[in-house]
Design a protein around this ligand. Sequence first.
Ligand code: C5P
Length: 219
Amino acid sequence: MIVAIDGPAGAGKSTIASEVAKRLGFQLIDTGAMYRTVALKALQAGVDLADAEKLSEIAHQLHFEFAWVDGTNRIKVNGEPLGDAIRTEEVSKASSMVSTHESVREALVALQRQMGNQSDCVLEGRDIGSVVFPNAEVKIFLTASTKERARRRAEQLKEKGETPDVSAIQTEIENRDARDTQRSASPLVKTADAHEIDSTSHSPEEIVEMVLDFARNAQ
Ligand code: C5P
């Protein structure tokens, strides 16, 4: 079974996808982490984020493993654990630029399909229900207002001891949304068969229960 969880940045996909995968005993594939890894490697190598050819070369050299270790989803890239370096604002922005290139997407989508075909999976991303697994048994489109998403991101940064500028974060989220929804290659869209859930008006527990219900009904 495939459970596809799509939606814009900061809507709460990771929290929901992780809990749902744990409760179902499914593998969890964080496809955003894959685009972030390409972005991080490109930044480290000084590759121009507009250079589709070099970026897809990087994507083709990557091998990903997702595995549950003591209740946490651990990601390995080419055998090495992937740390927090992919979670910076710089990498967030770069990943949304990297992901506009068709050739990069083709390389990563092929890996996502390979992993998804091996076992029951929850995949979170932007194009899972529309492109990667259009026949997914369960499709969720998770949203929240831009303001709420910026507030949540600011809270996360405060917990890390940073002093975030909420309006700058909101602008950056709006820019990422615009790039994700307006790009020609697999833009972020809600498919007609996806269940839309607004996380502004539901608690994470309620949303997890809703998704589990959809999964039970699809079995
Ligand atoms: O979900 P996350 O914020 O980690 O994703 C990072 C970036 O990767 C997004 O801004 C988006 O541009 C891109 N992405 C994508 N398709 C996916 C997952 C992520 O284009 N399936």
